[in-house]
Design a protein around this ligand. Sequence first.
Ligand SMILES: Cc1ncc(C[n+]2csc(CCOP(=O)(O)OP(=O)(O)O)c2C)c(N)n1
Ligand SMILES: [Mg+2]
Length: 387
Amino acid sequence: MTVTEQPSRPAQTAAPRWQPARDPAPLLPDAEPYRVLGTPAAARLDAELMRGLYGELVRGRRYNQQATALTKQGRLAVYPSTTGQEACEIAAARVLREQDWLFPSYRDTLAAVARGLDPVQALTLLRGDWHTGYDPREHRIAPLCTPLATQLPHAVGLAHAARLKGDDVVALALVGDGGTSEGDFHEALNFAAVWQAPVVFLVQNNGFAISVPLAKQTAAPSLAHKGVGYGIPGSLVDGNDVAAVYEVLTEAVERARSGGGPTLVEALTYRIDAHTNADDATRYRSAEEVEAWRAHDPVALLERELTGRGWLDEAGIEAAREAAEEMAAELRAAMNADAELDPADLFAHVFAERTSQLREQEAMVRAELAAESADGPAAGPVAGEEH
Ligand SMILES: Cc1ncc(C[n+]2csc(CCOP(=O)(O)OP(=O)(O)O)c2C)c(N)n1
Ligand SMILES: [Mg+2]
């Protein structure tokens, strides 16, 4: 006797239908990362746009080298380099309009610089000089975010609010592979999808979260697949192919702008340098692995394509290098000047009303500074503080 034949059971009603509300197939990323450079698709590229991106990549590479050198000279406290990841950084900055917002992580000073921020301002936080170092509203660049993935819900909130107000604003948020394991990643993607917020998430999968390789970070088929669970299209792209990243992000930004909702883009790339200057990457990865990725270098990939097509010549390469050298020289000079800092600023911009703990800490710092100074107290009362 089958279960349905049992006489004591009530008449069987039709099982409630629960079907996926949406067909997941269109949300799935392709199996292979999208590429343009070195493929027939490169023939339809805009030569002028690509030459511009090439100049920015060369400048970006030089910026990474210079900032790293500044850590060795004691002029920068810490620098998380994006050497090898320049294509993602540059493309992310370039696909946005002026009114849009960029939400960077600590690694993404280059994206901020490519969006037009003064490199010295971009490095202020990493130099340990001041809070953000720039006015986020002026540049439409959120503060560089050190707590992993917390920039993502902020991006969603800003994008959703702009949409409610009828403002034409897209938010593009950058996050690392490790950041996708954070609760904030989940919350941000879920809200973004439910609200259809105009936001683009760009995961720079550079293979590692400090020393933790991706295989120990996730069992997902790819990070782009994570979008499907939220109802967000996932897209996989070669993160060292600037033409491909530019195209995929442009499409995602346009979709967001036209009311089509969020996109999750996973860019496959590699962190050529250590996590920061304080890290020794040889302890957890092989020289062979690094060399293999050096052979897939974003600057070289584009250079090869452009010179092969006759879109870039030696003079063009030289001009890009000279412009990059000029930027590096300016950055060196600016960073070699000592910043004038008031230690009391540490306490001045944390809360609208200072807490008793902050007041105690401030008094402690003042006392220490006074003790160190032969001339007596180091600083007067802080503006706005009641004494
Ligand atoms: C909430 C939080 N937990 C831990 C850390 C310490 N931490 C700093 S960077 C990092 C690795 C992040 O890796 P990933 O997201 O892949 O970014 P990448 O540094 O590779 O760009 C960790 C664990 C942090 N900053 N914030
Ligand atoms: Mg990483």
